[in-house]
Structures are given as C-alpha cells and as structure tokens.
Design a protein around this ligand. Structure first.
Ligand code: THU
Length: 137
C-alpha cells in the first residue's frame, strides 16, 4: 500500500471522531503486516480520563481481530478536523505501540496539503519499556 493511501484513510477517520470537549479531531490508519488496515478516531468522555486517542482505537480494533504484527501508522489531527501542523502521538499511545511493534515500526505524522514526516518508533520512544526486560526467564 502507498503511504499516500494510508494517509488518506487517516484523514477520513478524523471524520468519525467524537470530540464534544476539545474539538480536536484525530484520525489514525494502522497498516498490518498482512496488508489490512484498521482505522481509529479519538472518542472523548465527560469524565475526561476515559477518553481514548485515535491511535489506540486503531490498535485495539486490530488486536481484537487477532492482529499482532504491524508495519506503520498514519496519524493526523486538528481543531474541528482542519489539518494544520503535524499531530504527534501522546506518550500513552507510544507505549501501546511499544507493546506490539519493533523499533522499525513507522509513524507518519500528517500535516496539511499532503505534507507528512516519517518517524520510527525508536525515534519517538527511545529506551522504551517493552516488558522483555522481565520476561526473559
Ligand atoms: N489525542 C489523540 O487522539 N491522540 C494523541 O496522540 C494525542 C491526543 C486526542 C485526545 C483528545 O480527544 C484530543 O486529542 C485533545 O487532546
């Protein structure tokens, strides 16, 4: 799949966001190793902390369906769904990526007008905790 196609799916996913509190719509499109794509949006809550980010919605949908092997994710967001600058994943979402992905997992940070920047998970979460440290035995 072309990166531009994955990005277009993330942009479309923003339209599903439920954001009555912040107004910031976030969309994500997660590419699995088998070529399938799972999209997610942020879903907010009146109690705030139950809010889930777009990236984690995509991951949890995919994991529920049995996927464990991921290649890349495109992420975008903006006030009222209008793209301006890039919208990098929060720390909690980076940790969820660490759970399922290796250092070379790709994150496309999508801006306006087709602009995007590429990062690896190693760049976004250096020295991340993966659980390998205590699961060796
Ligand atoms: N948000 C995401 O969906 N992903 C992130 O990685 C950062 C933040 C959402 C949460 C909230 O609904 C809105 O953006 C404003 O923080």
């Amino acid at each position: 799949m072309k990166t531009e196609e994955l990005i277009a799916m993330a942009v479309e996913a923003m339209g599903h966001a439920y954001v009555p509190y912040s107004g910031y719509k976030v969309g994500a499109a997660l590419l699995c190793a088998d070529g399938s794509v799972y999209c997610g949006c942020n879903i907010e809550n009146a109690a705030y902390s139950p809010t889930i980010c777009g990236e984690r919605t995509a991951f949890f949908k995919a994991v529920y369906d049995g996927h464990r092997d991921f290649t890349a994710i495109a992420v975008c967001g903006g006030k009222d769904g209008v793209l301006s600058g890039i919208f990098p994943p929060c720390g909690v979402c980076r940790q969820v990526m660490r759970e399922f992905c290796r250092d070379d997992f790709l994150i496309y940070l999508v801006g306006a007008d087709g602009y995007y920047e590429t990062r690896t998970l190693a760049q976004l979460l250096p020295d991340g905790f993966s659980g390998q440290e205590f699961m060796k035995d």
